[in-house]
Design a protein around this ligand. Sequence first.
Ligand code: LLP
Length: 424
Amino acid sequence: MHDFQYKNDELYCEDIPVSAIADSVGTPFYLYSHNTLLNHFKVFDSAFSSVEHLVCFSVKANSNIAVLKTFINQGGGVDIVSGGELFRALMAGANPEKIVYSGVGKRVDEIEFALQTDILMFNIESTQELKVIDSVAGKLGNRARISFRINPDIDPKTHPYISTGLKKNKFGINIKKSLEEYRHARGFKHIDIVGVDCHIGSQITGVEPFVDALKRIKELVVELQKEGININYLDLGGGLGITYDQETPPHPNIYAQAIIKEVSDLNCVLILEPGRVIVGNAGILVTKALYTKKSEEKNFVIVDAGMNDLSRPALYGSFQGIQPVKLIKRKEFVADLVGPICESGDFLAKDRKMPQFERGDLVAVMSTGAYGFTMSSNYNSRPRIPEVMAAGDEFYIIREREEYDDLIRGENIPEFLKRDCSNS
Ligand code: LLP
């Protein structure tokens, strides 16, 4: 359930008409409901209340510091994959004891930053990375708590770009080699083994892949414990899917019950790294129809948001719901909702039945709270759009619209080019 509903033929976010926000901030913009964010976090967190656990929100899904703060205020931790995400998390007030650091390509400066912050643990993805973390920790006179990210070779039955737990994927350490890897890690001076980690993919709409992966991981944990390798944390990553269209993902309670059933005898603190399930349906992209046109074959509605603002449809062919902000009585037609970018891949919806939008109409692109703004870019030199958070009958600009000056920040014309005016 989310807080984007129609009242008197107008789309509201909580108690504010979306059109009133558009009048004030202009279009396009991302709009998040604080109440939905909060509820989703609470529902997820309380689903695991019968076991010792920590919900580490996956910052990559939505990294706005006001969004992070919403979860941190509830006692949540964070899952990060870069120095930049660590910086954001700290700016939002995250507790270092609740920060886990995943990712296949951690740089030395990022490792140093995380060690100096004294984060809870590094999820290690290769033997070389283990060596580097050990040596950086040694240089800093520090110790690193680690877990290995295990690749359990499970098919999560999701889009190939977002499945990560198959042996052909770049992620983690092959489960068959994992015991060896843990034995090896015991010999490192500045490493403390504290956990086992796994993340099999994203937008997963059944519990089976999670349970299958967990069964494999569990065998490993039992073996490690037999060898006297202490495993305090079992990190199961994120991946629970949401409804974009017709998908029927399990409710977090069902997902949690299936997991709890498997782990209750392991004596580990459970870590979860949800992203999409918390924020996906807590956000929309509000855009305005600029033009409509009809080719021989198709109807187009050209809006002021493009693939640089929301890349999921172009990148994954993802479905995002399209809804009018005002329920004006318009006939329906089948059309492509497209942006202003100079690429044919620049669409937000394709061959979709939608109201016959006209120039000036506001359009809501639904379920864009996850991997929306965070994957946006300045392509075609378009300033990035604002993020707004609604709470009750108030709204707050939690990230300003970029200006033209922001586009060239840090760019320089070398002196020799300034001198070379022969063509002018
Ligand atoms: N933990 C790790 C280690 C991850 O790599 C991810 C997502 C998560 C947690 C959170 O997964 P979630 O609960 O959100 O499924 N850009 C793609 C999704 C990429 C997911 C990458 N990893 C999309 O827009 O669908």
